[in-house]
Design a protein around this ligand. Sequence first.
Ligand SMILES: NC(=O)c1ccc[n+]([C@@H]2O[C@H](COP(=O)([O-])OP(=O)(O)OC[C@H]3O[C@@H](n4cnc5c(N)ncnc54)[C@H](O)[C@@H]3O)[C@@H](O)[C@H]2O)c1
Length: 446
Amino acid sequence: MRIAMIGTGYVGLVSGACFMKFGVDVVCVDKDESKIEALKSGEVPIYEPGLDALVAEGLTSGRLTVTTNLAEAVDGADIVFIAVGTPSRRGDGHADLSFVYAAAEEIAHSLTGYTVVVMKSTVPVGTGQEVDRIIRKMRPDLEFDVVSNPEFLREGSAIEDFMRPDRVVIGTDSARAQEIMKTLYRPLYLLETPILFTKRETAELIKYATNAFLATKVTFINEIADLCDQVGANVSDVARGIGLDGRIGRKFLHAGPGYGGSCFPKDTLALARTAREAGVPVSIVESVIVANGNRKKAMAERIIAACGGCIDGKTLAVLGVTFKPNTDDMRESPSLDIIPALQQAGARVRAYDPEGMVEAGPLLPDVEWCEGAYETMEGSEAVVIITEWNEFRLLDLERVKSLLQRPLLIDLRNIYDPSEMVAAGFAYYSIGRPEDSDAVVTEVMV
Ligand SMILES: NC(=O)c1ccc[n+]([C@@H]2O[C@H](COP(=O)([O-])OP(=O)(O)OC[C@H]3O[C@@H](n4cnc5c(N)ncnc54)[C@H](O)[C@@H]3O)[C@@H](O)[C@H]2O)c1
């Protein structure tokens, strides 16, 4: 089997490399020449744990190739995946489908025999039908099917997520396309991964409903955290207490500075837009969008309050700027709201991120970038943890104290224990865990 992957970004490159591992021949296509040149010289243009080795294995064996030549890649492929970006359209929140439609037109020019065209990009309900229409109009003679196969991988654990997904969703009415998709995903079927065959529209909506639900869960616990701060409860214990309820589940209950990233912000907006157009507004999702936006903006005020109400002329050390750890992705990261607001309030910001500084540089132009966590702290008033990279979880607290002007740690990811921090002599601020709110007994086995 041979597949072509159009779009070699976070999803396209990971999916392409993983399909190669399934034993399929994969050609990854991107119109960005610098990306393809980098890949050809053995350099993976994004940071994703384990991806370098997988791509190197594919390139060396010849089972994974990369090119800018879409026509060549598509010619003779059994399956052509579309994995291009679908960012928010400026102004109205709708998904910008211009890359998808452009790719569909390019593909239509080059298809030869029967081909399954698979939408991997996250696209609003009805997009598959439109892509079908575009290709059919250009190539009325051609045999093909357009299938929806949304991707659920998370940046930072993308390979594991792809190789061991909770489920695979395939939306198509065509028995012929279904058989080909079954063959492709056979390695996962053998691992007893649930493979859900649905209508194309249903598959498209499953992706948006998933992301909107997860964004809602995050926003819910964030609001509960604010309530904890006011009433002396501890949000980590609340999250554990509700998460142990099998109907709720433990995941996505970590209070923090608000969700960011390449998916939740744009996908919630797009779903709200689709629902409004369909005359059935999703008011919960609309509230989530507003609450999350307000939260990200309010974070700087919290930091300023923790610093005593004024940061004018002060230096702050920021640890982590990417939207989450184990990625270099800066899209919609809370740091993009927080850091400029701190600077506007007069602070000098020194920052360090293990993988995100190249991406972040142009987006946060007035930051002083440092080589490591401790270097950011030299002469700083306080440390602010925005992203919970592992290397920030076990800082040498005595060293931190010796470097700071005063021992003040503002932890927007709740990675330290409040009582331990107080015992270590720190003024410590976290999210939804006010002083004295620690659990006395966290777990009792009977
Ligand atoms: N990033 C994630 O974690 C994630 C997870 C699940 C789903 N998705 C969805 O997957 C899609 C892709 O996301 P991403 O983060 O990989 O985007 P990305 O921006 O990292 O990559 C998209 C790539 O497509 C290329 N491209 C655009 N038009 C092209 C064309 N006509 N021909 C060839 N290449 C073209 C771009 O140059 C870019 O390299 C989006 O719809 C996104 O919502 C993303």
